[in-house]
Design a protein around this ligand. Structure first.
Ligand SMILES: Cc1cc2nc3c(=O)[nH]c(=O)nc-3n(C[C@H](O)[C@H](O)[C@H](O)COP(=O)(O)OP(=O)(O)OC[C@H]3O[C@@H](n4cnc5c(N)ncnc54)[C@H](O)[C@@H]3O)c2cc1C
Length: 595
């Protein structure tokens, strides 16, 4: 035993030293070790894991909906708590504060929904089982906790997942039978007034724990008169899955992608080693971690990001179409089409449009909001006038309110209210449409027609007009999906089904999504899709999410995680495994096995 070690440390080191032996036993297994398997860790072993964490941080999962079920094995029935959970189900705070809940429970398997939200025709709402939630969670409060979890999963062959906030559209923070590392409480934020990355950047930066969320880093930056590139979503884990997958922002037209601003990351690797990845240390890993996706190369515990001087913003929000009974279908689409024709000039001016279109006999267009950094109200009005004139000519008169904010935080806070999340019955896909489609009339018409056809077919679309070019990002050398550099609109389309719809109806809706995704792809061959807001069933995900970077990303994955300790659906290197489930669509509710 080394000087300074106590007996607990000694037991831990013995535990770690069994690594090579156990690995040779598990690396060729067909499935990750699953509850019920003879080799699944017993209660005593889990108690030992708990004792090795820094704060007794091991949690045995109780599904978030369990308080609604009087007879469940969890024995936590509480009618008031159930009412609260039911009422808050679409509030992101409910899910991010729970160790295992996710904001797309549709990919958990819906095994413990609050009964008021459940689909009784398929047996939901009758009892509560663990489904696609991980079995155990290490509520990490120190790097050592992450190392304990990684080493334990690697040595035992059980599945390992990582949850930060649970925002992922595909439920990638879940995994039946898994041990989860919950990074949500890595909340430290330090201001570094003059950080030198050793590769050319000397300037203000923040070091943030990987559990830091958008509002937390924005508030910290604002107190220094600075901004950090982060998402519109208030509670998104901007130092976790968001930045590793790229991360688009209301600032994307002026600063590119969030990952372009990462200067250094601290990471626990599959080997259990804790390393720094930066331009000067482990630079291949650093390249991969900035765009190549979460849950793939390691568990990031902190990130250093650039900060930029603050600026004023003008913002406006408005709606037209089905919100006004005098507006026709044709006029609405003429107005939306006119907006599309401005995508290049709007994004070139540094603006960001967050807009959605709700399918209905006369579709509803909502600009929520138009965000114009560094523009005055008068300049923004002048800028929008050509589009508004076209709308007026089509019989659509708008009188939107314009608000001027002296800094980014106040503009962002006032205009991006906390997210409503609820993906119990639905699925999404997305596309980064290329700029070239706006530079050629034939391509533009085909693109607009394909996009419009999705709404006509009943899909709901949320889109972002921005241009996170390499120039905007400062010509970074990272693995952000190349399709981002060339896009002027990121569009997300969704299908949904009702609470008691049959499997046949669900399949019909999923087929519709597949068909519409194919139509969007057919007008943008070789472009891509954003992995952070994507289709779990994305066809050819390697090309869509990673483009030409896929071979290099896969090579790095094989080097840093040769035994696939980390796995997530559609992540780099994920094609060798898949979840085996009985549900209508692929989800996290089953063991992870080799394909
Ligand atoms: C309401 C809403 C608003 C959104 N707004 C935006 C937006 O403005 N811009 C944008 O680009 N995206 C946005 N997104 C998408 C979001 O960025 C992605 O879902 C992102 O993956 C969330 O990361 P997370 O860590 O918060 O979530 P999680 O679901 O906890 O994690 C996502 C993935 O990353 C992995 N992961 C998380 N932390 C780590 C870590 N420390 N180390 C390794 N792997 C990790 C997880 O295992 C999982 O695979 C939004 C999503 C929602 C639901």
């Amino acid at each position: 035993m080394q000087a300074g070690s106590d007996s607990r440390e000694f037991r831990l080191s013995r535990f770690l030293s069994s690594c090579v032996f156990v690995l040779s036993n598990t690396s060729s297994k067909k499935c990750k070790v699953f509850p019920g398997d003879a080799t699944y860790p017993d209660d005593g072993t889990w108690a030992f894991v708990n004792s090795t964490t820094s704060n007794g941080g091991l949690i045995k999962t109780i599904p978030i909906g369990a308080p609604c079920y009087p007879g469940s094995e969890y024995n936590v029935y509480n009618a008031d708590r159930c009412t609260y959970i039911t009422n808050q189900w679409s509030n992101s705070s409910l899910h991010m504060e729970d160790p295992t809940s996710m904001m797309s429970p549709v990919f958990e398997g819906l095994t413990c929904l609050p009964p008021a939200l459940a689909d009784f025709s398929t047996g939901q709402g009758v009892n509560c089982t663990i489904g696609g939630y991980p079995s155990y969670v290490i509520n990490a409060s120190a790097v050592r906790d992450v190392q304990v979890g990684v080493n334990f999963a690697r040595n035992t062959g059980i599945r390992l997942v990582i949850k930060n906030t649970g925002h992922d559209f595909s439920g990638k923070s879940g995994g039946a039978g898994a041990l989860s590392i919950w990074t949500h409480h890595f909340k430290d934020i330090a201001f570094l007034p003059s950080f030198n990355d050793g590769a050319g950047y000397v300037g203000p930066a923040f070091k943030a724990g990987s559990g830091v969320q958008a509002w937390e880093i924005f508030e910290a930056a604002s107190t220094q008169g600075l901004v950090v590139v982060g998402g519109e979503g208030r509670t998104v884990g901007v130092m976790g899955g968001y930045i590793q997958g790229g991360g688009h922002s209301p600032l994307s037209s002026i600063y590119g992608i969030a990952a372009d601003h990462a200067l250094s990351m601290e990471v626990v690797l599959a080997s259990g080693e804790f390393v720094t990845a930066s331009a000067t240390q482990n630079s291949d890993l650093f390249w991969a971690l900035r765009g190549g996706g979460g849950s793939t190369f390691g568990i990031v515990t902190s990130v250093i990001v650039k900060a930029h001087p603050d600026f004023p913003v003008t913002v406006t929000s408005f709606a037209f179409g089905g919100v006004d009974p005098t507006t026709s279908y044709n006029a609405t689409w003429a107005g939306i089409r006119a907006f599309f024709t401005h995508f290049i000039d709007f994004s070139s001016a540094g603006t960001y449009s967050y807009f959605d279109v709700v399918p209905s006999p006369v579709p509803i267009f909502e600009m929520a909001p138009f965000f114009a950094p560094n523009l005055t109200i008068a300049a923004t009005q002048a800028f929008l006038k050509p589009w508004f004139d076209t709308l007026a000519a089509a019989g659509i008169t708008l009188a939107p309110q314009f608000n001027y904010y002296t800094n980014y935080l106040s503009a962002w806070t006032a205009n991006f209210p906390q997210e409503v999340v609820r993906r119990d019955q639905g699925a999404t896909g997305s596309r980064l449409f290329p700029r070239q489609n706006w530079e050629n009339a034939t391509l533009f018409n085909a693109t607009f027609d394909a996009w419009k056809a999705s709404i006509d077919a009943g899909c709901f679309a949320i889109s972002f007009n921005f241009a996170p070019t390499l120039a905007a990002g400062g010509y970074p050398n990272n693995s952000v999906n190349p399709a981002f550099r060339n896009t002027v609109v990121h569009s997300i389309q969704s299908v949904g089904w009702a609470q008691n719809d049959t499997d046949a109806t669900i399949e019909m809706q999923l087929n519709l999504l597949a068909e519409r995704q194919a139509a969007w792809k057919s007008v943008s061959p070789g472009a891509g899709s954003y992995l952070g807001e994507s289709d779990r069933a994305e066809v050819d995900f390697q090309q869509s999410f990673y483009g030409d970077f896929y071979p290099r990303l896969l090579q790095i994955k094989k080097e840093v995680d040769p035994d696939d300790v980390f796995w997530a659906k559609t992540a780099v290197g994920s094609e060798g495994w898949d979840t085996v489930t009985k549900d209508v669509y692929n989800d996290e509710n089953g063991p992870l096995c080799r394909t």
